[in-house]
Design a protein around this ligand. Structure first.
Ligand code: ADP
Ligand code: MG
Length: 703
């Protein structure tokens, strides 16, 4: 294809100078079109020194030279062996040494020509470079000798395609592709924010002339990523606030008293404050979009129940969605028993419901006979239609993807006469406090309330770490707690053991406990593969104290509330995230007795063991979440991956906080002036926002 006809969407094979074979290799990295290759950014840049003849190399400087390997050998043994080579270029001799590098024996051979770069040192009568970077070169290829210092891009590469090959392909297409890149930012904003043009930013990433250019182009591309996301979030927020209406619930002292009389406890100060904030929201006709964060055990359910009862007091319905069946079942049990037989009608809907039960629940919801619905994501199914859903609660939000929120919100719109055209108030709850940067991005459209106080009478949880060698003592302590009348959880990372990756399973641990470590103790297991009836039966027996030890997978991670359980052992604790362990630990310490949580892990993974120390030192869910975020990144923690939030390629949420705040402010200003980005000069921008963020944010209905 002639170069002039190429577009960003053109296949790389069509580019003159890119061979079919190279195009095929690039496609293994997902790079098929011209635009994709331009967007394949280097993950770092290396400084390339100009080459000099060996005789002219200066000691104590970073140098670069090329020549032929005239001798090489491996010295020493095993992994620590060092590889030595001698390089000649006709002007002199250069000694090279790589420490701990036995693998080089198969890579470098006498007769080969290489180019090396590194710090020159005086050595015997000549010069030596230790651990130089090197590259095997074609001795006939005189032309590519580097004569000037430059920054060379280093690309994410694979066994099949080297960074160098990618670099050459990029250099080939750059002159064709750059003019095709349209900027979506107006020049005025770019100038004001001191950002280079988009095509200039790509140019500078792939072929920078200095570090400043790299930094400036990175800033532009990171800003873009953050701005696009923030625009999406701001558009959604604007759409909700300005075009959607929610039922304004009635509240009064009498209503407040009636609801409080139904609750089994005096609310804590923090709960009361959050109830107040929620009441303010719910009594307005602007759709509420609030996150309630409160550490494990802070009593979020009570606050949620209050909001649901407020909906019922005004003649509407409410729903609460939990991430697991166990938790939904437990909420159902505790809410039903709290409300008693004469209260509002509560039903449970999970994927495990029989067809008949399900049909009857659907009828009750549509007719309005059912006031409160508790369930799993099963209540997001299309056939679930409410007469008038006013309050929708998502418990343990971090276990859901982000877009479930908009699905649940859509449940109010198709309602009967009462709910016509109305959208429910949405309240999400989480015990995993959201690090600030993240709450600004993923949850940028949420207001936040915090329950920063635990109900009275809580005992601290002592947290310890142990190694597999200590398990005898660990379980001896479990046994004595059981003899004193307490109960215990043993958490295992998987249902089935997997020897290949060294994972223990529920079955083998249970067997070991039954036959050896805890023989004579009443042990049962729960995990996600059990039938609902079986699981319910086991949980019920555990609650009633008929089972001493529950061996479980993370199905018990959230919500489960058995105050008499005071001991938890987590096997292979290094397999879990910190925030997850904090949640798990929250299953104990729920009664008036002191509790103990022991994290067992193999010290062979020092990083893992070090990580666990954070938990022994802190009970502060916020600190733990921040640490987890630093260690594992946002996707892992907040279900971002499942929810389809595109990962950032350039921006780094942990480091680009200032840029994020800037982008957020710019996005908000922008959307205030142009809520749907429908001006003619906003078309490229709008297309890019929708393409990247339309799905997970749920922008389908915006403008
Ligand atoms: P979480 O915030 O982790 O969801 P829960 O709502 O499960 O916490 O509450 C934890 C425990 O505290 C439950 O046993 C609940 O009954 C109890 N609880 C909640 N609020 C109060 C209160 N105001 N006073 C005493 N106990 C409370
Ligand atoms: Mg809870």
């Amino acid at each position: 294809m002639p170069e002039g006809d190429l577009e960003l969407t053109s296949p790389l094979v069509d580019v003159p100078g890119i061979s079919e074979r190279l195009a095929r290799d690039l496609s293994t990295l997902g790079l098929r079109a011209v635009g994709q290759l331009v967007a394949h950014l280097p993950h770092r840049h290396e400084r390339e020194e100009p080459e000099a003849p060996i005789a002219e190399l200066e000691p104590e400087t970073t140098v670069s030279a090329r020549g032929e390997i005239t001798a090489c050998r491996l010295a020493g043994f095993g992994k620590r062996a060092r590889f030595e080579a001698v390089l000649h270029d006709g002007t002199g001799r250069l000694d090279l040494v790589w420490f701990n590098a036995p693998y080089l024996r198969g890579k470098l051979h006498p007769g080969e020509h290489i180019r090396v770069q590194g710090k020159a040192k005086r050595f015997k009568s000549g010069i030596q470079i230790a651990n130089p970077r090197f590259e095997v070169i074609d001795p006939d290829d005189e032309g590519s000798a580097e004569v000037e210092a430059r920054l060379r891009p280093v690309y994410p590469a694979s066994e099949r395609v080297s960074s160098r090959a990618i670099e050459l392909a990029v250099q080939r297409i750059l002159p064709i592709a750059l003019p095709l890149i349209d900027d979506h930012l107006p020049e005025a904003l770019r100038k004001e924010r001191n950002l280079p043009e988009l095509r200039e930013a790509y140019r500078a990433q792939h072929a920078p002339s200095d570090e400043d250019e790299v930094a400036a182009s990175r800033r532009r591309l990171a800003y873009d990523e953050l701005l696009l996301m923030q625009l999406g979030v701001a558009m959604k927020r604007h759409h909700l606030r300005d075009t959607q209406r929610a039922p304004a619930l009635r509240s009064s002292d009498a209503v407040h008293r009636r609801i409080r009389d139904r609750l089994p406890f005096e609310l804590t100060k923090a709960q009361s404050r959050v109830v107040g904030e929620l009441t303010d929201d719910l009594t307005r006709d602007v759709p509420t979009n609030r996150m309630i964060q409160g550490d494990v055990g802070s009593g979020k359910t009570m606050v949620a129940l209050y909001a649901m009862l407020l909906a019922v007091e005004s003649g509407h319905q409410a729903a609460m969605m939990a991430p697991t069946e166990i938790l939904a079942e437990q909420h159902f049990e505790s809410i039903s028993s709290t409300l008693g037989g004469d209260g509002p009608r509560v039903e449970l809907l999970t994927g495990a419901a029989s067809d008949a039960d399900r049909a009857s629940i659907l009828r009750g919801l549509a007719s309005g006979e059912i006031d409160l619905l508790i369930g799993t994501h099963a209540l997001l199914t299309e056939s679930v239609v409410f007469k008038s859903l006013a309050v929708a609660i998502i418990d343990e939000q971090h276990r859901f993807g982000v877009h479930q929120r908009s699905l649940l919100r859509s449940k109010g719109e198709s309602g009967g006469q009462d709910g016509e055209g109305l959208t429910p108030h949405v309240v999400v709850m989480t015990a995993t406090p959201i690090p600030r940067t993240l709450s600004l991005t993923l949850f940028g459209d949420l207001d936040v309330s915090t329950i920063d106080q635990l109900p009275p009478g809580r005992q601290p949880i002592e947290t310890a770490t142990a190694t597999p060698d200590d398990r005898g003592e660990v379980y001896a302590r479990v046994r004595s707690a059981i003899e004193a009348g307490d109960q215990a959880y043993v958490v295992v990372p998987a249902i089935d053991a997997n020897d290949e990756i060294g994972l223990v399973g529920v079955r083998e641990i249970t067997h070991e406990l039954e036959t050896r470590l805890l023989d004579g103790v009443r042990i049962a297991t729960v995990h996600g593969r059990l039938k609902r009836a079986t699981r319910e039966h086991i949980m019920e027996r555990f609650r009633r104290g008929l089972i001493d030890v529950l061996v479980a997978t993370t199905v018990i991670e959230v919500g489960v509330d058995v105050p008499n359980a005071t001991v938890m052992v987590v096997e292979q604790a290094d397999r879990f995230g910190l925030a997850q362990l904090h949640q798990l630990r929250g299953r104990v310490g729920r009664g008036s007795k002191p509790s103990w949580c022991c994290l067992v892990s193999d010290p062979k993974t020092p990083d893992g063991a070090e990580r666990l120390r954070v938990l022994t030192e802190s009970r502060d869910g916020f600190r733990i979440a921040e640490r987890d975020f630093e260690l594992r990144g946002p996707g892992e923690i907040f279900g971002a991956r499942q929810s389809g939030i595109p990962p950032f390629r350039v921006a780094d949420l942990a480091k680009d906080t200032d840029l994020l705040i800037l982008a957020r402010r710019d996005a908000q200003d922008w959307v205030n002036h142009s809520p749907t980005l429908s001006n003619p000069n906003e078309q490229i921008l709008r297309r890019r926002v929708l393409k990247t963020h339309g799905t997970w944010i749920g922008l389908g209905d915006v403008g």
